[in-house]
Design a protein around this ligand. Sequence first.
Ligand SMILES: Nc1ncnc2c1ncn2[C@@H]1O[C@H](COP(=O)(O)OP(=O)(O)OP(=O)(O)O)[C@@H](O)[C@H]1O
Length: 265
Amino acid sequence: MATPTPTELLQVHGLSCRLGRRQVLEDLSLPDLAAGQLVALLGPNGSGKSTLLKSLAGLVTAHADVLRLGDRNLGALPAHARAEVLRYLPQHLPEAIHLTVIEAMLVALNARAATRTPQALDKAEAVLSSLGIAALGARYLDELSGGQQQLVGLAQALVHEPAVLLLDEPLASLDLNYQHHAMQLLKRLAADSELLIVLVVHDLNIALRYADTALLLHQGRLIASGDPLTVITPNYLGTAFSVRARVETCSLGYPNVLVDDLMQL
Ligand SMILES: Nc1ncnc2c1ncn2[C@@H]1O[C@H](COP(=O)(O)OP(=O)(O)OP(=O)(O)O)[C@@H](O)[C@H]1O
């Protein structure tokens, strides 16, 4: 991977977010995250992962001492400009409408440009091909499986060529093969396109295998960050998930989490 320049860093310091009467994120600071990285955002249910992604995308009101991407102060950008550089793919996609996949891609592009040019069509098709779903182009969105719709959602986000992609549980509807396929693809996309990808994932073995960096949230605070092997440890797993667990290396050399027991809550 190329050495990142300072202009490619996402910097988040002192981020807090209150939703209703609940303080969801509390004075959270992340390590600087460089373009080209695949970052796994981990943590138990309700620890604040979605809220962190939405705070970065400007979809919920949050306060941060520092929130910058390179030399851009994200907090000062209008919502549409912020969405151009940080694209958020929600955990639950909106109800699929009766458009073909290629039409849906053009609609995504037309949010920026009012015309459907041959160039826009080429771009839409290229993104579908890069995700291995070009064959879905003529199919109707509302006739696709949940996993296929999730991949089209990813394609719609990518077609904007954002600098940062924020993915909320993108593997949730994918089968075992496609989970690994999608992770290999995202890892290659991040490295080849100098894209920073932050994704929420519950499968710790997937995070261990593919992520460059892991961030572990617990009760709205960051309790560990860095190389996934230094974050996904028995100690932190106990704190975050209340499990007694080991990390063992399989015969092929991949680390795997084994849960031995649950701790008393
Ligand atoms: N709009 C809201 N108003 C009040 N509290 C909220 C709101 N949205 C989320 N919360 C609370 O904020 C906390 C964090 O929620 P969030 O969805 O960010 O967690 P998460 O880590 O993404 O969880 P999961 O893994 O279950 O998706 C939870 O306690 C949740 O109940």
